[in-house]
Design a protein. Structure first.
Length: 148
C-alpha cells in the first residue's frame, strides 16, 4: 500500500464511521464518492486552486466513475491518494485511489474530470495558468498533456 501511495502527491486519511456502512455491512458505494470529493478539495487547496468562487474560474465536476475493489467496514481508516492524470486545454482528469489501512490494500479507484467554470458568465473557460503552475508544482511535470 505504501509503495502504491507514492504515485499520489496528495494523501489524506479519513476514519470510517459506523454510519458509512449500509445494510450489507460494508461501506456504502456513495461514501467512496464523498471521500473522492474530500481528496479533490485537499488537492485543490494544495495546488492553490480557489474553491471559494472568488476567482474568475472555479473547478466544477463534469464526470466521475468509481471502481469498487475491496469492501471496507467499520472500524478502519481510508487512506486516499489523489493525482492529476491528464491535462487538456479546458479540462483536467484525476484519479483518487482509496486504500483500507486495516487490510493494507486498495479498496476503490475514483476517476473524474474537472472543468474550469466561470460562475458569473455561466460558461466553461480555459484552464487558468495559476492552476497549471500549482498542479505542476505538486506533480513534478509528469502529467500527460493534450490540447494545451
Amino acid at each position: 500500500m505504501q509503495e502504491q501511495l507514492k504515485k499520489y502527491p496528495v494523501r489524506i486519511q479519513i476514519p470510517v464511521a459506523w454510519g458509512d456502512m449500509d445494510a450489507a455491512a460494508h461501506v456504502n458505494n456513495t461514501v467512496y464518492l464523498k471521500w473522492g470529493e474530500t481528496a479533490r478539495i485537499a488537492y485543490f487547496e494544495a495546488a492553490g486552486i480557489d474553491i471559494g468562487f472568488k476567482s474568475a474560474a472555479g473547478p466544477i465536476l463534469a464526470w466521475q466513475d468509481c471502481k469498487y475493489i475491496f469492501p471496507m467496514t467499520f472500524p478502519d481508516t481510508a487512506v486516499v491518494g489523489i493525482r492529476c492524470t491528464e491535462i487538456q486545454s479546458d479540462r483536467l482528469f484525476f484519479e483518487a485511489a482509496m486504500f483500507t489501512e486495516k487490510h493494507g490494500r486498495i479498496a476503490a479507484i475514483n476517476k473524474f474530470c474537472i472543468v474550469p467554470y466561470d460562475f458569473q458568465k455561466l460558461v466553461k473557460v480555459e484552464i487558468p495558468e495559476a492552476w497549471l503552475r500549482g498542479i505542476e508544482g505538486l506533480e513534478g511535470g509528469e502529467i500527460k498533456s493534450s490540447g494545451i
